[in-house]
Design a protein around this ligand. Structure first.
Ligand code: SF4
Length: 225
């Protein structure tokens, strides 16, 4: 894939790398405060967000929070799109929002432009912003790009999903619903280990087995309801 002549115009782009993703890089925001889709109609966090990994563990450390807070301001400046395109010059895959969500329509439009201008990158974007009508056009436009997979996240932690969704949490690897593809990172110490299913348009729905104490508690509550 031919690339434009790229030059990083600013050093303010903050990219993170999570060990799970085989070194694939990510641009992220702070969880919950940028996740309007995490709140259900009852005003409470939806089940999937109640046990969110991005609110616990390493994600509570200041050195992890700081770049996410920085990114929340940084995307709003002129030149951010150009800098993101330049920053992705050598990426084959890219994960948007390892934590946080596309909370602003202007951000979503900028991310769309970055995706469109980086056809050599396979982009994966999980989101709950599909719940908001005003985001439909931009999310549809992203999904139409050949190099982009937008996965609408189900709120369920029990494997419940419908035709809108591209991912769902399941209690364990033995409870994958029909039509979903199991994420097998748990078989490889929590790492993708070469799997790229999340970036693959031919994989309709990914089922992620729950992990962590908080999520186990959320699942117990959901099963008892
Ligand atoms: S489905 Fe594959 S690419 Fe997606 S998180 Fe799991 S191991 Fe990684």
């Amino acid at each position: 894939m031919a690339k434009p002549n790229l030059k990083v115009l600013s050093s303010s782009i903050r990219i993170s790398v999570t060990s799970k993703l085989d070194g694939i890089r990510s641009w992220s925001l702070q969880a919950l405060e940028t996740c309007p889709g995490s709140i259900g109609s009852d005003g409470e966090l939806v089940a999937a967000c109640s046990g969110c990994y991005a609110t616990t563990g390493n994600y509570r450390f200041s050195n992890v929070k700081a770049p996410r807070a920085h990114n929340k301001e940084d995307w709003q400046r002129d030149g951010w799109e150009d800098d993101m395109v330049a920053a992705l010059e050598n990426d084959e895959h890219f994960r948007w929002l390892d934590s946080g969500d596309l909370y602003a329509l202007a951000l979503a439009r900028k991310v769309y432009n970055v995706m469109k201008r980086t056809p050599w990158v396979k982009h994966w974007l999980p989101t709950r912003m599909w719940k908001f009508r005003k985001f439909h056009d931009v999310l549809t436009a992203m999904q139409a790009l050949p190099n982009v997979v937008v996965r609408f996240s189900s709120d369920s932690v029990l494997g419940e999903y419908d035709s809108r969704h591209g991912s769902v949490i399941v209690p364990d690897a033995d409870s994958v619903p029909e039509g979903a593809t199991l994420c097998r990172a748990y078989e490889h110490g929590g790492k993708c280990n070469g799997c790229r299913a999340c970036y693959d348009k031919d994989v309709a729905v990914i089922a992620y087995p729950a992990h962590g104490k908080t999520m186990s508690k959320v699942i117990r509550i959901a099963l008892a309801a």
